[in-house]
Write a protein that binds this ligand. Structure first.
Ligand code: NAD
Length: 452
């Protein structure tokens, strides 16, 4: 048998396993992306093992619990009954047919890509790779990461001299590698996860086909692109598009406030155009793990090509100024009531980065609270999703959630996140002053409401 036959045999073995739903999938990183993905595979009867370095997460999952509000423990328990398990032990990688990497890709203190989670994962799994496995990176990152960073580590550190499969390769000792961006929108309920098409790009055609077949088990449609870099770039295009358009409406909001025009009304009207317009909404600043971060992955990489990504930089400038705009608006609103920000009691409503979710990452509320405190305000917060806010990479607040029962005691109630749980009519009727960054008080006509 020629080595080509051996390679083909390995491919078809994996294909057969995927087709028969007998492939064992390992997912690395049991966070907001990895855990729901694991549950999706499990729902389709596919054996899944979750890997995480966070022992507390492993223990919670092992005992049938959940640490993500929108995933009820019952779902984890059902998956457990179907064979889902979690571990911090990478030696089990050898037992997997496919390994999907969903680890964080933050920015470092200089706002440059921090690939340490990806490189540490690659270093950890490399010794346990075996021929014929499919490795897929899902973490959002700049084009070139899979080929320039992940593959060299996997090739160098595996114990069997395995190489990533490239078209025309004659070596049987290969693993297959692909990139497939995650497209989840936390909190969105109008589209089922399996209805969101899944983009895949492999290092070679077989890797693309295998990744497409694997994801085809859980998504109705997969979209194959020609390379790893094209798949990596697809995710960045989607997020940069969002970031730039949010910056556009944020800038227009500042103008409209000055002109006395209600931009929210304008957006609703513009939305009625059946083509050529997609609505984006202004807010107190960008939040979440994606939009404030991902564009900088590309602007950093662009420098290697002596290229300046001006749209990304400008959008970043406009969006990152929004928390400062909010603080100025609060100071002005208090001034109208003959009060200074210094010494005023301000209640921030909502600290999650968007409505109805339990995710605090990069939330503009954190920056706004810190800025208000710097100006001498006495700040409290309320958020049904967070009993307390401690400290993270960029903040150190150590606050507990304040009750909503004595709103009249605050000089200003500042709406940062428009959670559905809030009764905005009651809030407006009980508070002395409400500053609304989200148009949450839409339709409520009251003198004590200031839009910003
Ligand atoms: N959250 C989203 O809505 C979203 C959407 C699209 C894309 N993404 C991208 O998906 C990736 C993961 O994001 P997330 O929101 O799930 O992050 P997360 O922080 O919620 O989860 C990441 C998990 O990886 C674990 N981890 C870190 N290093 C590890 C290692 N070496 N081995 C095993 N586990 C490790 C962490 O303990 C954590 O549980 C990021 O690149 C992000 O940009 C996220």
């Amino acid at each position: 048998m020629s080595s080509n036959h051996v390679t083909a045999g390995l491919t078809s073995e994996l294909e057969r396993k995927i087709e028969a739903r007998k492939a064992h999938v390992g997912i690395i990183g049991m966070g907001y992306v990895g855990l729901p993905l694991a549950l999706l595979f499990s729902e389709q009867g596919i054996s899944v093992t979750g890997f995480d370095v966070d022992q507390r997460k492993v223990e919670t999952l092992t005992s049938g619990g959940s640490y993500i509000v929108r995933i009820p423990p019952g779902e984890v328990q059902q998956a457990r009954a179907r064979g889902f398990s979690a571990t911090a032990d990478y030696s089990h990688i050898t037992d997997m047919d496919a390994v999907i990497i969903c680890v964080p890709t933050p920015l470092n203190e200089y706002r440059e890509p921090d690939l340490s989670f990806i490189t540490s994962t690659a270093n950890s799994i490399a010794p346990y790779l075996r021929a014929g496995q499919l490795i897929v990176l899902e973490s959002t990152t700049y084009p070139g990461t899979t080929e320039e960073v992940v593959i060299p580590i996997l090739e160098k550190n595996n114990r069997s001299g395995l190489k990533a499969a490239r078209d025309g390769g004659e070596d049987a000792g290969v693993f297959y590698i692909a990139f497939s961006p995650e497209r989840e929108d936390p909190g969105r309920t109008d589209i089922a996860r399996h209805d969101i098409p899944k983009v895949v790009g492999g290092l070679d055609k077989r890797a693309s086909e295998l990744a497409s077949a694997l994801y085809g088990c859980i998504f109705r449609r997969t979209v194959k692109v020609s390379s790893l870099a094209a798949a990596e770039m697809t995710k960045l295009l989607e997020n940069i598009y969002r970031c730039v358009n949010i910056a556009l409406v944020n800038e227009l909001k500042l103008l409209c406030l000055r002109m006395g025009i209600d931009l929210w009304e304008v957006i609703e009207a513009a939305k009625t155009k059946p083509f050529g317009y997609q609505a984006f909404y202004p807010g107190p600043g960008l939040g979440g793990h994606c939009i404030p971060i991902d564009p900088y992955y590309l602007s950093w990489k662009a420098k290697q090509f002596d290229f300046q990504t001006k749209f990304i930089e400008l959008a970043g400038e406009v969006n990152s100024a929004m928390p400062y705009h909010v603080v100025t608006a609060v100071a002005r609103a208090l001034n109208q009531h003959k009060k200074a920000l210094n010494g005023s009691k301000v209640l921030v409503l909502g600290v999650a980065y968007k409505k109805d979710i339990d995710d605090l990452r990069e939330s503009p509320a954190l920056t706004i609270i810190e800025l208000l405190q710097e100006e001498g305000a006495e700040v409290s917060y309320n958020d049904p999703y967070f009993a307390s806010v401690g400290h993270g990479r960029h903040y150190n607040l150590n606050m507990n959630c304040a009750p909503l029962d004595n709103l009249g005691a605050y000089d200003c109630v500042l709406i940062i996140t428009d959670h559905s749980d809030y009764d905005y009519r009651r809030i407006v009727s009980e508070a002395k002053l409400v500053v609304d960054t989200r148009n949450a008080t839409k339709g409520i006509v009251a003198k004590n409401v200031v839009h910003c």
